[in-house]
Design a protein around this ligand. Structure first.
Ligand SMILES: Cc1ncc(COP(=O)(O)O)c(C=O)c1O
Length: 371
């Protein structure tokens, strides 16, 4: 769209930006295909729902809904700080970790500076970096669909400001190990921010060689977490960053003043204290993952083992991935093609409740055998 004088109204980085395309909603699929039942296994949500304590907390917060939210989410920030042995000044809350990523992009880049990440990782990072017009180096993954930390370290140049690592990674479910992380941190200059996106931390935390980025004393590490996954609050939009207070102080300047919402803050606080629900959520994911691995082994389907709440299925071609996803959708099983994440022949399956896994398996047998 150009003006008469030839000037573009929309900057080229936005004009050419590929936006984030979310998975289909249950309502859309119900309307389009009218399947008897629907299993939404596309967006890495918690199929168990959320803590039953959330309802009472939002009812209470609703009493003050006419008031603006606490801009720094004091109560929630204090709870997060206490549990993670940091100060409240080290914590920033925002509307989901996607918003935290947007804040990072707004806060830290000067002209000409670049960011580095893997080729096949959380597409939300690609989008927010693109919005900011920052040059992004996407480094191919290793043959096992893992972050290639050596290649990333080699790609750092004098203009690199940020390295983004989703650990565990979405969509692959793979992770960088303690040894890899420690090696990497030795290599990274201190003026390069290392963003460790731990959206799936709750599922990964007990894996023996998983590096808990918060346990490392580097001022340039920024850890991201979210209430959207294991806590089951994706609809509320609450995520956070933990980092050095100087970094957080400056990120506070670029965040939208009143995010996250008052209801989101109340819901997250209630969910954060419900350890039983969290345990149950993690157990459901573990059981359904094992079940899916066995199912895939039995049917000779290639997949990648995961320490998050999804499993990546690998098909020989992009055409087969498109076909399989569409046929499953018509049966009411919503899966996620991950072409936008850089893997056109792969499909991400969020593991769900036993009845949803039944639905997946039955539909798979009808659809896959016919290919
Ligand atoms: C690695 C990663 N980071 C961030 C997000 C965004 O989560 P939120 O709902 O907190 O914005 C996701 C969601 O899929 C994710 O997989």
């Amino acid at each position: 769209m150009n003006l008469k004088n030839g000037k573009p109204l929309v900057p080229s980085n936005i004009e050419t930006l590929k936006p984030y395309v979310a998975g289909k909603t249950i309502a859309e699929v119900a309307e389009l295909y009218k399947p008897k039942k629907i299993a939404k296994l596309a967006s890495n949500e918690n199929r168990l729902g959320c803590s039953p304590k959330v309802k009472a907390a939002i009812d209470e917060a609703f009493q003050e809904i006419q008031d603006y939210p606490d801009p720094v989410a004091r109560k929630l920030r204090a709870a997060i700080a206490e549990r993670n042995n940091v100060k409240p000044d080290n914590v920033l809350l925002a509307s989901g970790s996607e918003s935290v990523i947007s804040i990072l992009c707004k806060t830290f880049f000067l002209n000409k500076e670049n960011a580095i990440t893997a080729d096949a990782t959380f597409v939300g990072f690609f989008v927010q970096i693109g919005v900011r017009g920052v040059h992004l180096k996407r480094i191919p993954m290793t043959s096992g669909y893992r972050y290639d930390v050596k290649a990333i370290a080699n790609a750092i140049d004098e203009n690199t400001k940020m390295v983004y690592i989703a650990n565990p990674n979405n969509p692959t479910g793979t992770y960088i190990t303690k040894d890899e992380f420690e090696w990497f941190m030795q290599k990274v200059p201190e003026d390069v921010l290392v963003v460790m996106d731990e959206a799936y931390h709750e599922y990964a935390k007990d894996v023996e060689d998983f590096p808990h980025a918060l346990n490392y004393d580097y001022d340039n590490i920024i850890v991201l977490r979210t209430f959207s996954k294991a806590y089951g609050l994706a609809g509320f939009r609450v995520g956070y960053a933990i980092a050095h207070e100087e970094l957080i102080k400056n990120m506070m300047k670029t965040k939208l003043t009143f995010e996250p919402t008052a209801l989101g803050q109340a819901a997250a606080l209630a969910a954060y204290h419900d350890h039983e629900f969290l345990k149950k959520s993690i157990a459901v994911v573990e059981q359904s993952k094992e079940r899916l691995y066995n199912f895939f082994d039995k049917h000779n389907v290639e997949y990648v083992k995961s320490i998050s709440n999804s499993v990546m299925m690998i098909l020989p071609t992009e055409g087969e991935a498109i076909d399989f996803t569409q046929k499953m959708l018509e049966k009411g099983v919503i899966l996620r093609r991950i072409n936008a994440f850089g893997l056109p022949n792969c499909i991400r399956i969020t593991v769900g409740l036993p009845e949803e896994m039944d639905h997946f398996e039955q539909s798979f047998l009808e659809v896959y055998s016919r290919q």
